[in-house]
Design a protein around this ligand. Sequence first.
Ligand SMILES: C=C(O[C@@H]1C=C(C(=O)O)C=C[C@H]1O)C(=O)O
Length: 108
Amino acid sequence: MTADAPEPSDDPRAELRRYRQSIDNIDAALIHLLAERFKATQAVGRLKAASGMPPSDPSREREQIARLRALAEESHLDPEFAEKWFTFVVAEVIHHHERLASGGDDAE
Ligand SMILES: C=C(O[C@@H]1C=C(C(=O)O)C=C[C@H]1O)C(=O)O
């Protein structure tokens, strides 16, 4: 995905507004993507709870981190940031899985 820079203008406030429209669209897309990701991970959590699998899978996470760091480098995004983002999200996922494993519901 690329966000084209708005045409430079002699009205910096208008230029700022156009950048912010792109930022708002990107933030909305990220929220939708995260919601879909959590739907998928909640389904995994229910499957694991029903079949006695542990909430976390460190070897899978290591593979994901290696993949995401490589993707980040290709995309000129800081790989450290990509890993921090992933670790933050997975911690929340595992928290949900632990709740499901102890018989809790899967409300967010
Ligand atoms: C979703 C899973 O459970 C956990 C959460 C992961 C994730 O959010 O990507 C990855 C591995 C597991 O620690 C899974 O095992 O696939």
